[in-house]
Ligand binder design. Sequence first.
Ligand SMILES: [Zn+2]
Length: 336
Amino acid sequence: MPIKTSIKRASGWLYLNSPQGRRQLCGAGVILMLHRVLADDRSAELPHRNELCVGPRAFEHLLHWIKRHFDCVTLMELLQADAHPNALARPKIALTFDDGWRDNALNAFPLLVQHQVPASIFLSTDFIGSRQRYWWESLGETLWGIYGSALRQRLIEHLERIGRPLPPVLLLNGNEQQRSLALANYLESLKSLSPQDLDTLTDNCPKESLSQALDWQQVRTLEKSGLIRFGPHGASHTTLTGLDDIHLDQELSRSHDALLQGCRQPLPVYCYPNGDHDERVRQRLAAHRYTYALGTSTGIYRGNSDPLALPRIGVSQRTASRPSLLAWRISKGGLA
Ligand SMILES: [Zn+2]
């Protein structure tokens, strides 16, 4: 293990186990941000999946760890907690999942039930129960070759035609880790394309890469358990700051209405797609009667945080399987 990682892990451990660290967390809350829980850990470990995916073993390891160090509460309990709790109270932690992946129901939910840990899932509502696909998933997995080499080649040629050739390392049959890392960086670079271009690219992916989103039946089943609540994460997952006023209002209304239709008790919490927001977006959100909103900036929650720009701590396969690294990230957020 690199020495830097060992130091981070040791200081993370110390943070949660020292009086000084505990003092900093007193009255604070940690909101964890997850996306997907895959069926196996091996595939979640590849760099192009690592940030957004965890495997079931790592996820269960994470659940054990948070139960040992925190009070696992619902997001609303965390947000509405007493700002001046008993100094001996354990810090609170709440789990959130972005996008609304089907694997949240298949792989995460059974473990959440088993360990009785509540969670909130934020849905990009156009995707729920539809055949629409997330571009980074469709492109990433097609380029990784899981739908075969002919379909992969067709997409590569299309990308060349629009001036986005693949880096050479991705075209070779070399080291799996290196190729996966190059793919992660390449997908990141595609974020600069327009939503229309990304839609066209997704249409060039094979039909096999069907939407992997939850459907409304699954949403209702999860909600009925009493352990899971749902909130909006945009309708189309478009970055809200890039929309004009009219389209911004449409996006907010459409996602709000879909949640009202599909759930019994949607959360009064919005979750910004890609974490992007600005003054105008926050004002429109307040006008749509949202009192809280989650971003992607790293930090821990305190009563005085801006309720429409709440920080979170992202969880990856790497940090879920080594939670002392997560403690290190929490300690950094605590200092902010
Ligand atoms: Zn998202």
